[in-house]
Ligand binder design. Structure first.
Ligand code: GLN
Length: 196
């Protein structure tokens, strides 16, 4: 099983390190050819407008949406990755994959609380909370269709799943807690292989 980490911009190294720690082969992905060798993909945090443009420039946007729609290809987006997976982004027409039936709001915690940490309960992965690291984080305002909320913080949804798609506001790759990555690796291992 190989999990790709989109390596166009952002904190992809930390995701690759986390995959190594849980014994999963991780591949940095910059081209359609590299993407074709993967069984799942992590889209890291970064700047969603930049990553959206670069994905389109390299043809990765249609390669990724094609496999997601055809094969149920598993994708986990953190932060900017969440924004790119969302169908709806409040007040923005930026390029996106638009695969998840969620509405996100960028930089939802505002300038004053640029970054913060908070304990987040994620019943799907265990009884003890994860340490949520939020960096200019988006939130999920609403889930619809088959998308479901897996975790909330204050009034917002901060982790959601829709079939094989997983997306969250916070950055588990910046902590020692590998449970969200294990949860995603489990989704990938259960998905029948149909490589492009
Ligand atoms: N604020 C960034 C954006 O809107 C996301 C921040 C992050 O990925 N840490 O793209």
């Amino acid at each position: 099983m190989k999990i790709g980490v989109l390596a166009l911009q952002g904190d992809f190294r930390e995701h690759l390190e986390m995959l190594g720690r849980i014994g999963v082969e991780g591949l940095p992905i910059r081209t359609v050819e590299e993407f074709a060798r993967t069984d799942g993909l992590i889209i890291p945090g970064g700047e969603s407008t930049t990553v959206g443009k670069l994905m389109a420039r390299y043809g990765l946007d249609s390669a990724i949406t094609g496999r997601a729609l055809k094969e149920g290809f598993p994708i986990y987006g953190t932060c900017a990755g969440l924004i790119l997976l969302a169908k709806r982004i409040v007040g923005s027409d930026q390029a996106r994959l638009g695969l998840m039936d969620v509405t996100v709001e960028r930089n939802a915690y505002g300038r004053q609380v640029d970054s913060f940490e908070a304990e987040i309960n994620v019943p799907a992965i265990g009884d003890t909370p994860v340490q949520g690291v939020f960096i200019r984080a988006p939130v999920i305002r609403e889930v619809s269709g088959s998308a479901e909320a897996l975790a909330r913080f204050e009034d917002h949804i901060v982790l959601a799943r829709q079939g094989n798609l997983l997306a969250g506001s916070f950055h588990p790759e910046l902590t020692d807690d590998d449970r969200v990555h294990r949860y995603f690796a489990d989704i990938v291992s259960r998905t029948p292989k149909a490589r492009a």
